[in-house]
Design a protein around this ligand. Structure first.
Ligand code: AAL
Length: 361
Protein backbone atom coordinates (compact mmCIF):
# COMPACT_ATOMS: atom_id res chain seq x y z
CA UNK A 1 0.00 0.00 0.00
CA UNK A 2 1.29 3.45 -0.94
CA UNK A 3 2.35 5.80 1.86
CA UNK A 4 2.49 9.58 1.86
CA UNK A 5 5.89 11.26 2.06
CA UNK A 6 5.14 12.27 5.64
CA UNK A 7 4.32 8.74 6.73
CA UNK A 8 7.40 7.35 5.03
CA UNK A 9 9.58 9.44 7.30
CA UNK A 10 7.45 8.97 10.43
CA UNK A 11 9.45 7.13 13.07
CA UNK A 12 7.59 6.98 16.34
CA UNK A 13 4.93 8.68 18.42
CA UNK A 14 6.15 11.19 20.95
CA UNK A 15 4.61 9.08 23.72
CA UNK A 16 6.87 6.17 22.75
CA UNK A 17 10.00 8.33 22.58
CA UNK A 18 12.08 8.42 25.79
CA UNK A 19 13.71 11.67 24.54
CA UNK A 20 10.44 13.56 24.22
CA UNK A 21 9.63 16.09 26.94
CA UNK A 22 6.95 18.56 27.92
CA UNK A 23 7.61 21.41 30.32
CA UNK A 24 5.60 23.45 32.78
CA UNK A 25 6.55 26.68 34.51
CA UNK A 26 6.04 28.41 37.84
CA UNK A 27 7.22 31.63 39.43
CA UNK A 28 9.69 31.35 42.33
CA UNK A 29 10.39 33.32 45.49
CA UNK A 30 13.61 35.33 45.77
CA UNK A 31 14.76 35.59 42.13
CA UNK A 32 11.54 36.75 40.51
CA UNK A 33 10.55 39.99 38.79
CA UNK A 34 11.98 43.14 40.36
CA UNK A 35 12.11 46.59 38.76
CA UNK A 36 15.67 47.85 38.51
CA UNK A 37 17.24 44.40 38.82
CA UNK A 38 18.20 42.04 36.00
CA UNK A 39 18.43 38.36 36.89
CA UNK A 40 18.94 35.98 33.98
CA UNK A 41 20.85 33.05 32.48
CA UNK A 42 20.79 30.74 35.53
CA UNK A 43 23.47 28.05 35.76
CA UNK A 44 22.76 24.40 36.32
CA UNK A 45 21.76 23.64 39.90
CA UNK A 46 23.88 21.57 42.23
CA UNK A 47 22.83 19.87 45.44
CA UNK A 48 25.49 20.28 48.14
CA UNK A 49 24.59 18.41 51.33
CA UNK A 50 20.86 18.88 50.75
CA UNK A 51 21.02 22.57 49.78
CA UNK A 52 20.49 23.66 46.17
CA UNK A 53 22.88 26.27 44.69
CA UNK A 54 22.42 28.34 41.52
CA UNK A 55 24.54 31.09 39.92
CA UNK A 56 23.17 33.73 37.53
CA UNK A 57 23.74 37.07 35.83
CA UNK A 58 22.73 39.98 38.08
CA UNK A 59 22.70 43.70 37.36
CA UNK A 60 21.32 46.65 39.32
CA UNK A 61 20.72 49.19 36.56
CA UNK A 62 19.62 52.85 36.65
CA UNK A 63 17.33 52.22 33.65
CA UNK A 64 16.35 49.61 31.10
CA UNK A 65 19.09 48.82 28.54
CA UNK A 66 19.76 51.71 26.15
CA UNK A 67 21.50 49.87 23.27
CA UNK A 68 25.11 49.97 22.14
CA UNK A 69 24.87 53.46 20.61
CA UNK A 70 23.91 55.14 23.91
CA UNK A 71 25.67 52.94 26.48
CA UNK A 72 28.03 54.68 28.90
CA UNK A 73 30.12 53.65 31.90
CA UNK A 74 26.91 53.38 33.92
CA UNK A 75 24.12 52.90 31.32
CA UNK A 76 23.85 49.28 30.15
CA UNK A 77 23.71 48.50 26.44
CA UNK A 78 21.96 45.18 26.97
CA UNK A 79 20.46 43.40 30.02
CA UNK A 80 23.69 41.42 30.45
CA UNK A 81 25.92 44.50 30.29
CA UNK A 82 27.44 45.92 33.55
CA UNK A 83 26.52 42.74 35.47
CA UNK A 84 28.21 40.30 37.85
CA UNK A 85 27.68 36.64 38.72
CA UNK A 86 25.64 36.19 41.92
CA UNK A 87 24.39 33.05 43.63
CA UNK A 88 21.37 31.88 45.57
CA UNK A 89 20.46 28.83 47.65
CA UNK A 90 17.24 26.94 48.27
CA UNK A 91 15.92 24.06 50.34
CA UNK A 92 13.12 23.13 47.96
CA UNK A 93 13.86 24.66 44.54
CA UNK A 94 10.90 27.06 44.85
CA UNK A 95 12.02 29.58 47.50
CA UNK A 96 15.48 30.98 46.87
CA UNK A 97 17.68 33.15 49.08
CA UNK A 98 19.96 35.52 47.18
CA UNK A 99 23.36 35.17 48.86
CA UNK A 100 25.34 37.94 47.12
CA UNK A 101 28.09 38.15 44.51
CA UNK A 102 30.21 35.13 43.61
CA UNK A 103 32.44 36.58 40.87
CA UNK A 104 32.52 40.32 40.22
CA UNK A 105 33.90 42.51 37.46
CA UNK A 106 37.63 43.13 37.59
CA UNK A 107 39.43 46.49 37.85
CA UNK A 108 39.85 48.82 34.85
CA UNK A 109 42.02 47.23 32.20
CA UNK A 110 41.31 43.63 33.20
CA UNK A 111 39.77 41.11 30.80
CA UNK A 112 36.47 41.17 32.73
CA UNK A 113 36.28 44.92 33.48
CA UNK A 114 32.93 45.61 31.78
CA UNK A 115 30.67 42.64 32.53
CA UNK A 116 30.62 39.06 33.83
CA UNK A 117 27.56 36.99 32.90
CA UNK A 118 25.86 33.76 31.87
CA UNK A 119 27.54 31.33 34.28
CA UNK A 120 27.49 27.56 34.52
CA UNK A 121 28.90 25.37 37.28
CA UNK A 122 30.71 22.06 37.52
CA UNK A 123 31.21 20.30 40.86
CA UNK A 124 34.03 17.79 40.49
CA UNK A 125 36.26 15.98 42.99
CA UNK A 126 35.42 18.35 45.86
CA UNK A 127 36.08 21.51 43.89
CA UNK A 128 33.71 23.93 42.15
CA UNK A 129 34.24 25.56 38.77
CA UNK A 130 32.30 28.50 37.35
CA UNK A 131 32.52 29.27 33.63
CA UNK A 132 31.04 32.54 32.31
CA UNK A 133 31.24 35.25 29.66
CA UNK A 134 33.42 38.33 30.07
CA UNK A 135 33.72 41.68 28.30
CA UNK A 136 36.05 44.65 28.33
CA UNK A 137 35.09 48.31 28.01
CA UNK A 138 33.83 50.07 26.01
CA UNK A 139 30.97 47.95 24.73
CA UNK A 140 30.06 48.35 21.06
CA UNK A 141 27.85 46.28 18.75
CA UNK A 142 30.83 44.17 17.63
CA UNK A 143 33.00 44.15 20.75
CA UNK A 144 34.35 40.60 21.21
CA UNK A 145 33.31 38.42 24.16
CA UNK A 146 35.34 35.64 25.75
CA UNK A 147 34.79 32.82 28.24
CA UNK A 148 36.61 32.81 31.59
CA UNK A 149 36.65 30.48 34.59
CA UNK A 150 36.95 30.68 38.37
CA UNK A 151 37.34 27.90 40.94
CA UNK A 152 36.70 27.48 44.67
CA UNK A 153 36.84 24.81 47.37
CA UNK A 154 33.36 25.74 48.62
CA UNK A 155 30.23 26.73 46.66
CA UNK A 156 30.22 29.86 48.85
CA UNK A 157 33.66 30.82 47.48
CA UNK A 158 36.01 32.60 47.65
CA UNK A 159 36.52 32.22 43.89
CA UNK A 160 39.91 32.38 42.17
CA UNK A 161 39.84 33.64 38.58
CA UNK A 162 42.06 32.28 35.82
CA UNK A 163 44.67 34.89 34.78
CA UNK A 164 43.25 35.02 31.25
CA UNK A 165 40.07 33.89 29.48
CA UNK A 166 40.03 30.16 28.67
CA UNK A 167 38.16 30.33 25.34
CA UNK A 168 38.44 33.22 22.88
CA UNK A 169 36.67 34.02 19.60
CA UNK A 170 38.25 32.57 16.45
CA UNK A 171 40.62 35.19 14.97
CA UNK A 172 39.01 35.12 11.50
CA UNK A 173 36.85 37.85 9.92
CA UNK A 174 36.98 41.63 9.98
CA UNK A 175 34.39 44.14 11.16
CA UNK A 176 34.49 47.63 12.65
CA UNK A 177 33.72 47.28 16.39
CA UNK A 178 30.97 49.91 16.13
CA UNK A 179 29.29 48.24 13.14
CA UNK A 180 26.73 45.43 13.07
CA UNK A 181 28.35 41.98 12.63
CA UNK A 182 26.56 41.69 9.26
CA UNK A 183 28.35 44.86 8.05
CA UNK A 184 31.57 42.86 7.93
CA UNK A 185 34.58 43.58 5.74
CA UNK A 186 35.55 39.89 5.77
CA UNK A 187 33.25 37.10 6.93
CA UNK A 188 34.64 34.95 9.77
CA UNK A 189 33.80 31.55 11.19
CA UNK A 190 30.71 30.82 13.33
CA UNK A 191 32.50 31.94 16.55
CA UNK A 192 34.72 34.72 15.18
CA UNK A 193 32.97 37.53 17.06
CA UNK A 194 31.94 36.08 20.42
CA UNK A 195 31.91 32.89 22.44
CA UNK A 196 28.83 32.60 24.67
CA UNK A 197 26.90 30.45 27.12
CA UNK A 198 29.64 28.12 28.42
CA UNK A 199 28.66 24.80 30.00
CA UNK A 200 31.31 22.53 31.51
CA UNK A 201 31.03 18.72 31.63
CA UNK A 202 33.51 16.12 32.87
CA UNK A 203 33.59 13.01 30.70
CA UNK A 204 36.16 10.38 29.77
CA UNK A 205 38.71 11.96 32.10
CA UNK A 206 38.62 15.36 30.39
CA UNK A 207 36.82 18.69 30.68
CA UNK A 208 34.40 19.50 27.89
CA UNK A 209 33.47 23.18 27.62
CA UNK A 210 30.48 23.62 25.32
CA UNK A 211 29.73 27.12 24.05
CA UNK A 212 27.66 29.09 21.55
CA UNK A 213 29.30 31.07 18.79
CA UNK A 214 28.41 34.43 17.27
CA UNK A 215 30.27 35.10 14.03
CA UNK A 216 31.42 38.12 12.06
CA UNK A 217 29.19 38.17 8.99
CA UNK A 218 26.58 35.90 10.61
CA UNK A 219 23.21 36.71 12.12
CA UNK A 220 22.92 36.31 15.90
CA UNK A 221 19.82 34.21 15.17
CA UNK A 222 21.77 31.57 13.24
CA UNK A 223 23.76 30.56 16.31
CA UNK A 224 25.57 27.24 16.52
CA UNK A 225 27.55 25.49 19.25
CA UNK A 226 31.17 24.44 19.57
CA UNK A 227 33.18 22.53 22.16
CA UNK A 228 36.68 23.06 23.57
CA UNK A 229 38.35 20.24 25.51
CA UNK A 230 41.05 20.27 28.21
CA UNK A 231 42.99 17.67 30.22
CA UNK A 232 42.95 19.94 33.30
CA UNK A 233 39.98 21.96 34.54
CA UNK A 234 41.77 25.31 34.23
CA UNK A 235 42.84 24.54 30.66
CA UNK A 236 44.32 24.91 28.15
CA UNK A 237 41.05 24.35 26.25
CA UNK A 238 41.43 23.30 22.61
CA UNK A 239 38.53 23.80 20.21
CA UNK A 240 37.35 20.71 18.32
CA UNK A 241 38.28 20.74 14.62
CA UNK A 242 34.70 19.57 13.99
CA UNK A 243 33.19 22.83 15.36
CA UNK A 244 30.46 23.89 14.91
CA UNK A 245 28.99 20.69 16.32
CA UNK A 246 25.36 21.82 16.08
CA UNK A 247 23.63 23.67 13.24
CA UNK A 248 21.07 25.26 15.59
CA UNK A 249 20.40 26.20 19.21
CA UNK A 250 20.77 29.28 21.37
CA UNK A 251 21.74 29.15 25.06
CA UNK A 252 23.71 25.93 25.73
CA UNK A 253 22.14 23.20 27.89
CA UNK A 254 23.99 19.86 27.96
CA UNK A 255 24.10 16.86 30.32
CA UNK A 256 25.91 13.55 30.68
CA UNK A 257 24.01 10.39 29.73
CA UNK A 258 25.19 6.86 29.06
CA UNK A 259 28.75 7.98 28.30
CA UNK A 260 27.57 10.61 25.81
CA UNK A 261 26.02 14.08 25.94
CA UNK A 262 22.37 15.14 25.76
CA UNK A 263 21.51 18.62 24.51
CA UNK A 264 18.50 20.96 24.52
CA UNK A 265 18.50 23.23 21.46
CA UNK A 266 16.18 26.25 21.46
CA UNK A 267 15.24 29.41 19.53
CA UNK A 268 17.62 29.36 16.53
CA UNK A 269 18.27 27.37 13.37
CA UNK A 270 16.48 24.61 11.46
CA UNK A 271 16.77 22.25 14.46
CA UNK A 272 15.44 24.72 17.07
CA UNK A 273 13.29 23.19 19.81
CA UNK A 274 14.85 19.75 19.67
CA UNK A 275 16.57 17.37 22.05
CA UNK A 276 19.70 15.75 20.66
CA UNK A 277 22.32 13.22 21.74
CA UNK A 278 25.97 12.64 20.85
CA UNK A 279 27.45 9.32 21.97
CA UNK A 280 30.94 10.80 21.45
CA UNK A 281 30.06 14.30 22.73
CA UNK A 282 30.55 15.77 19.25
CA UNK A 283 28.34 14.18 16.59
CA UNK A 284 24.80 15.11 17.66
CA UNK A 285 21.69 13.32 16.43
CA UNK A 286 18.16 14.66 16.63
CA UNK A 287 16.09 12.62 19.10
CA UNK A 288 12.89 14.62 19.67
CA UNK A 289 11.13 17.77 18.54
CA UNK A 290 9.53 19.65 21.44
CA UNK A 291 7.43 22.73 22.07
CA UNK A 292 7.94 25.69 24.42
CA UNK A 293 11.28 24.64 25.96
CA UNK A 294 12.79 26.64 28.85
CA UNK A 295 14.88 29.61 27.69
CA UNK A 296 18.49 29.76 28.93
CA UNK A 297 17.78 26.71 31.08
CA UNK A 298 19.89 25.37 33.90
CA UNK A 299 18.94 21.91 35.19
CA UNK A 300 19.57 20.03 38.40
CA UNK A 301 22.83 18.15 37.88
CA UNK A 302 22.72 14.48 38.80
CA UNK A 303 25.66 12.83 40.47
CA UNK A 304 25.81 10.16 37.78
CA UNK A 305 23.00 9.80 35.27
CA UNK A 306 24.75 7.21 33.12
CA UNK A 307 22.51 4.34 34.07
CA UNK A 308 19.23 6.21 34.32
CA UNK A 309 16.85 7.46 31.63
CA UNK A 310 17.94 9.81 28.79
CA UNK A 311 16.32 12.90 30.31
CA UNK A 312 17.54 12.39 33.90
CA UNK A 313 19.70 15.48 33.28
CA UNK A 314 16.59 17.47 32.38
CA UNK A 315 14.30 16.91 35.37
CA UNK A 316 13.75 20.45 36.71
CA UNK A 317 15.63 23.68 36.98
CA UNK A 318 15.51 27.42 36.43
CA UNK A 319 15.28 29.50 33.26
CA UNK A 320 14.72 33.14 32.45
CA UNK A 321 11.93 35.30 31.14
CA UNK A 322 13.33 37.95 28.82
CA UNK A 323 11.58 40.34 26.47
CA UNK A 324 11.71 37.75 23.69
CA UNK A 325 10.50 34.81 25.78
CA UNK A 326 7.67 32.69 24.45
CA UNK A 327 6.43 32.49 28.04
CA UNK A 328 4.93 35.96 27.64
CA UNK A 329 2.24 34.58 25.37
CA UNK A 330 1.96 31.02 26.50
CA UNK A 331 -0.62 29.71 24.07
CA UNK A 332 -2.78 32.79 24.53
CA UNK A 333 -3.10 32.26 28.27
CA UNK A 334 -1.03 33.83 31.01
CA UNK A 335 -0.64 31.35 33.86
CA UNK A 336 2.36 33.20 35.30
CA UNK A 337 0.71 36.63 35.29
CA UNK A 338 3.42 37.99 33.01
CA UNK A 339 1.19 40.31 30.99
CA UNK A 340 0.87 42.54 34.07
CA UNK A 341 4.59 43.36 33.82
CA UNK A 342 5.04 46.84 32.37
CA UNK A 343 8.85 47.10 32.30
CA UNK A 344 11.04 44.43 30.75
CA UNK A 345 13.42 43.54 33.56
CA UNK A 346 14.60 39.97 32.98
CA UNK A 347 13.91 37.50 35.77
CA UNK A 348 14.11 33.84 36.69
CA UNK A 349 11.34 31.24 36.85
CA UNK A 350 11.26 27.50 37.49
CA UNK A 351 10.65 24.82 34.87
CA UNK A 352 9.99 21.16 35.32
CA UNK A 353 9.56 18.32 32.93
CA UNK A 354 6.26 16.59 33.28
CA UNK A 355 4.57 13.61 31.78
CA UNK A 356 1.45 14.69 29.98
CA UNK A 357 -1.81 12.85 30.47
CA UNK A 358 -2.26 9.89 28.11
CA UNK A 359 -3.54 11.07 24.76
CA UNK A 360 -1.66 14.37 24.92
CA UNK A 361 1.40 13.08 23.16
C1 AAL B 1 21.87 35.12 26.09
C2 AAL B 1 23.07 34.24 25.80
C3 AAL B 1 24.34 35.01 26.09
C4 AAL B 1 24.36 36.25 25.26
C5 AAL B 1 23.30 37.02 25.94
C6 AAL B 1 23.66 36.81 27.37
O1 AAL B 1 20.69 34.64 25.63
O2 AAL B 1 23.03 33.74 24.50
O3 AAL B 1 24.24 35.51 27.39
O4 AAL B 1 25.58 36.90 25.36
O5 AAL B 1 22.07 36.45 25.58
Amino acid sequence: MAESAAMQRFERRDAANPWFAKFRYSTIEGLGYEKGIVRRDPSCIIDVDGLYFVWYTRGAHPCLPVGHERATETLPAMPWDLTDVWYATSDDGHTWVEQGPAVERGPAGSYDERSIFTPDVLAHEGRYYLVYQVTQAPTYRSTPESIALAWADSPHGPWTKTPAPVVEPDPSGEVDVRAHPLQHRVQGTFDSLRVHDPALLFREGRYWLYFKGEGIGHSNMESKWGVAIADEPLGPYVKSPLNPITNSGHEVMVWNFDGGVGALLTRCGPEKNTIQYAADGINFELKATIIDPPQAAGALRGTDSRDSEPLAGLSWGLCHVATYSAHYVLQGRDPLGLLAIDEAWDFIIRWERHDAAPGWV
